[in-house]
Design a protein. Structure first.
Length: 205
């Protein structure tokens, strides 16, 4: 029987702890001191379904826990790690991790017309957290996935025209129509159950 690689072990560990998506890629072009990025995705609707109260707190706690557990796994094997937690709002450099670019490179999805990572499983309704590590990984294959070629729904439904050839940040009113109306993902059919989703999303982003 083939021995499981450390990449496979970490993947299995993170999924057991609640990750829905896990991908691996090199990150040297962004961070020369780390060889690899581990990108973890969790279905936002799944987490909201589980939350009895304070869904935002629950979501951020779960994402932070996954990041910490992944880092612990790597530290115990002697690898260097870095990652930013949602709870560390003031951490210097927190915003320098290009989560979306690394998520695409790690095979989690593609960048959609709404300028978010679109995953086959959950469309854009996925929360991401990233760990940088010195562990060499077996890189995941980027996806052959291009749902926006045949769809313009988010662009058509955006009330302000913020989705153009670039994201017009100043035009966006954070209504999250472009997140909630995206038809991609097996969770898309559940969206109608959540009338308060725009409010929740506004608090997440
Ligand atoms: S959040 Fe609303 S306003 Fe902003 S880009 Fe999406 S649809 Fe347009
Ligand atoms: S709504 Fe359509 S165009 Fe927009 S991100 Fe989703 S699949 Fe792409």
């Amino acid at each position: 029987m083939e021995t499981e690689t450390e990449t496979e072990q970490l993947n299995r560990f993170l999924r057991k702890e609640g990750a829905d998506l896990v991908g691996f890629c090199s990150c040297r072009e962004y961070f020369p001191e780390y060889s690899s990025a581990v990108v973890i995705g969790v279905s936002v609707l799944k987490l909201l379904k589980k939350s009895q109260s304070d869904p935002i707190q629950n979501l951020n706690t779960i994402m932070d826990l996954l990041n910490i557990q992944g880092r612990q796994f790597l530290c115990e094997r002697g690898f260097g790690v870095w990652g930013a937690l949602f709870s560390q709002e003031d951490l210097p450099g927190k915003d320098i991790i290009p989560h979306r670019e690394l998520a695409v490179k790690a095979g989690l999805g593609t960048i959609g017309r709404n300028f978010l990572v679109i995953t086959p499983e959950f469309g854009p309704r996925v929360q991401l957290t990233t760990i940088l590590t010195t562990m060499p990984v077996l890189p995941s294959q980027p996806l052959d996935f291009a749902p926006c070629v045949t769809c313009t729904m988010c662009v058509d439904k955006c009330p302000t025209g913020a989705l153009d050839s670039y994201f017009r940040h100043e035009e966006c009113v954070k209504c999250f129509t472009c997140v909630l109306e995206c038809p991609v993902g097996r969770d898309a059919q559940d969206l109608r159950c959540y009338s308060d989703l725009p409010d929740i999303w506004q608090s997440i982003r």
